[in-house]
Design a protein. Structure first.
Length: 329
């Protein structure tokens, strides 16, 4: 693989409104992330034709993702042409039928998305939140760490059985912090809180071989006082060494306001790779991919770091059946 192809594989890009297939061919992204506008007013067949077209444009099979959490975040099932009803929230499912309902919903959701040509769901939300006043509460399981851990393990296992990738979010845990779509959030909680609560659902979900981890933009003072978690080498060290995670780690969307001060000239993308992310979720890939290529060429990002990241991305694609293992047809 060329440096350009390797770097492209590290990017999970927001699908542009026009010219998506051309950009897939030109930039070699590892994945394309679909949003509500990509489903709006379209039939099942139209969506599948578009995802098939994206795959046809890619030399290396694409991860095609969506946020389909259930409840308030339902990019695909909010389109009545695709599904009569939106997928319910995790809390509503659990109230109605316990963990059996959660598992059945995860299986049904996975089948629905795979039929549309989508092979990664940016779910489950693994944040521990029991306070209805928390920003993340409505998207979370709404129970304590032990119950949320059962939820994370149940959902990721069901998704793995269906053959779809999971993205557990938002490591190291959102807590009661504000929305980082609209600004910076500083988490002052002690490290022990993460050890005894927030880390547990992520650790439970890591038992699935097809689960990735999305890292938030919160500044978590007990781990790094200055950098957002997504750009922090120390937070990634904790993920790898303390929790033992070996799969794909990715940033939350670099376009979010919490990273505004780091976003000039593609610098956030360079910092993200240096910190230990294997994939970067972004809208601004036209500037960020060249910035990362330049950082590899001038040594700010080592060849070893690049190869480590792209190896994890390709291994994820192999586990999802998108690429045949070496030596197989």
């Amino acid at each position: 693989m060329t440096t350009e192809e390797k770097v492209g594989q590290l990017f999970f890009v927001r699908c542009p409104e026009t010219g998506a297939a051309e950009d897939v061919a030109a930039y070699h992204p590892g994945g394309v992330l679909l949003f509500g506008r990509d489903f709006e007013g379209k039939t099942y067949g139209q969506v599948r034709a578009e995802t098939d077209g994206l795959q046809a444009a890619a030399e290396i099979p694409l991860l095609i993702g969506v946020d389909e959490e259930g409840g308030t975040v339902v990019r695909a099932s909010s389109n009545r042409h695709l599904r009569a009803q939106k997928f319910p929230s995790p809390q509503a499912l659990y109230r109605a039928g316990g963990m059996e309902a959660v598992a059945a919903d995860a299986a049904e959701k996975s089948s629905f998305l795979l039929g549309l040509g989508i092979n990664v769901n940016f779910a489950p939300v693994c944040d521990v939140s029991t306070d209805s006043g928390d920003f993340i509460y409505d998207r979370a399981f709404g129970q304590d760490a032990a119950a949320t851990s059962d939820y994370a393990e149940t959902v990721t296992a069901a998704m793995d059985a269906a053959g779809i990738g999971a993205v557990m979010k938002h490591f190291p845990g959102y807590g009661d912090n504000v929305d980082t779509h609209t600004g910076i959030a500083v988490d002052q909680r002690p490290y022990e809180t993460f050890e005894t609560s927030d880390f547990l659902p992520f650790a439970a979900g890591m038992t699935s071989p097809t689960a990735a981890v999305l890292v938030s933009h919160n500044i978590v003072v007990s781990m790094d006082e200055t950098l957002p978690a997504s750009l922090s080498p120390e937070v990634h060290r904790v993920l790898r060494e303390e929790l033992g995670f070996t799969g794909v780690a990715m940033t939350d969307d670099l376009a979010m306001d919490a990273l505004a001060q780091y976003s000039a000239d593609g610098s956030a993308a360079v910092l993200a790779v240096q910190a230990g992310n294997d994939m970067i979720v972004t809208t601004d890939y036209e500037s960020q991919i060249p910035a990362v290529i330049a950082a590899v060429e001038d040594g700010r990002i080592s060849e070893e770091r690049l190869d480590e990241a792209v190896t994890r991305v390709l291994a994820w694609k192999i586990r999802l059946g998108l690429i045949a293992p070496e030596g197989e047809p």
